[in-house]
Design a protein around this ligand. Structure first.
Ligand code: IPM
Ligand code: MG
Length: 370
């Protein structure tokens, strides 16, 4: 196993969690005699400060030449001025678009030891294993936008556009993922209001009927989906949805797992490279303090092994190491129960790396991603 990985630490806690994921990947590669090369590049606010743009050409070049890209986070109060012409988020959106990463896989699993650590009752969340497949390069994030005159002053608009082709390919990804699981696909839309959702729904039905007769599809309106996620999340197997609905619902779903800091993601296109990032943001409030939870980033690295390196054994090794370290009681502050001791980012990374190095054969892994 030999691979080149682009590292884009970005802003806020990004560099802190990237360092731990790299440590864990190296430990996994060492065990199996693999060789990983890492190339670091700028993105987000950090890139704006140094080059004036959120996604320098050089970064794109480094990513295109890599087998996979790991990204920490972008954004922060320093670059939040709404009138600024360059924004850190442009770097991330630009990268997803440039690499045509239209399918964002966000698995949500609840570690047994953490089932009662969040605000939702343990019996509602325990055993939850949900995969959200979020469309990532279309919809309202990328539609025409602008300002225009208005009698009251000014109006601003963003446009939500989805084409048949864009819908077909994301539904296929969702249905393929469902096939490897319980073969149940929930498509989330707002078809009672939005025309784009009506095309989405009709297209989803057709693709599944013609190409995935073994997959059962249901449609749920996004407002109801938000409610069911809290009320009875286990009714879902694979959820497929558009860009903005997926963004919102996955933050909500992360609460079920115990913390945003736990959730990984993989952004995939047709080929190389895939992009791997935790679903959490740059968390400027805790950046630089060494307390961020690196597990979302580390589990993203596991997804990288599975989807970009075709190395499922590496993925399982990392995932079961995470499981064991959590089972042994290691907690960063976001998942520590009140009054209990917590450990820092690097300590958590060290423990997981050690567990990876010491890991013998792997059995069933609990936090298996994707
Ligand atoms: C995410 C983030 C991004 C998004 C932001 C940082 C642009 O919230 O990956 O979920 O909205 O896609
Ligand atoms: Mg988000």
């Amino acid at each position: 196993m030999e691979a080149t990985i682009a590292l884009l630490p970005g802003d806020g806690v990004g560099p802190e969690v990237i360092a731990e994921a790299k440590k864990v990947l190296v430990a996994a590669a060492d065990v199996s005699g693999g060789r990983l090369r890492f190339h670091e590049a700028l993105i987000g606010g950090d890139a704006i400060d140094r080059t004036g743009t959120a996604l320098p050409d050089e970064t794109l070049e480094v990513c295109r030449n890599a087998d996979a890209v790991m990204l920490g986070a972008v954004g922060g109060p320093k670059w939040d001025d709404p009138s600024a012409s360059v924004r850190p988020e442009q770097g991330l959106l630009g990268l997803r678009k440039a690499l045509a990463l239209f399918a964002n896989l966000r698995p949500v699993r609840v570690h047994p030891a953490l089932a009662s650590s969040g605000p939702v009752r343990a019996e509602v969340v325990s055993g939850l294993d949900l995969l959200v497949v979020r469309e990532l390069t279309g919809g309202i994030y990328f539609g025409e936008r602008g300002r225009r005159g208005d009698p009251t002053g000014e109006a601003a608009f963003d446009t939500l556009v989805y084409s048949t082709g864009e819908i077909e390919r994301i539904i296929r990804r969702g249905a393929e993922a469902a096939r490897g699981r319980q073969s149940r696909l929930t498509s989330v839309d707002k078809a009672n209001v939005l025309e784009s959702s009506r095309l989405w729904r009709a297209t989803a039905d057709r693709v599944v009927r013609e190409e995935f007769p073994d997959v059962r599809i249901e449609h749920v309106l996004v407002d109801a989906a938000a409610m069911y996620l809290i009320q009875q999340p286990k009714r879902f197997d694979v959820m497929v949805t558009g860009n903005m609905f997926g963004d919102i619902l996955t933050d909500e779903a992360s609460v079920l797992a115990g913390s945003m800091g736990l959730l990984p993601s993989a952004s995939l296109g047709q080929g190389r490279p895939g992009l791997y990032e935790p679903i959490h943001g740059s968390a400027p409030d805790i950046a630089g303090r060494g307390i961020a939870n690196p597990i979302g980033m580390i589990l993203s690295a596991a997804m990288l092994c599975r989807y970009s390196l075709d190395w499922p054994a590496g993925a399982e090794r990392i995932e079961s190491a995470v499981d064991r370290v959590i089972a042994d009681g290691a907690r960063t502050i976001d998942i520590a129960s009140q009054g209990r001791e917590s450990i820092g980012t690097a300590d958590m990374g060290d423990r997981i790396a050690e567990a990876v190095a010491g890991e013998k054969g792997t059995g069933v892994s609990f936090s298996r991603c994707g």
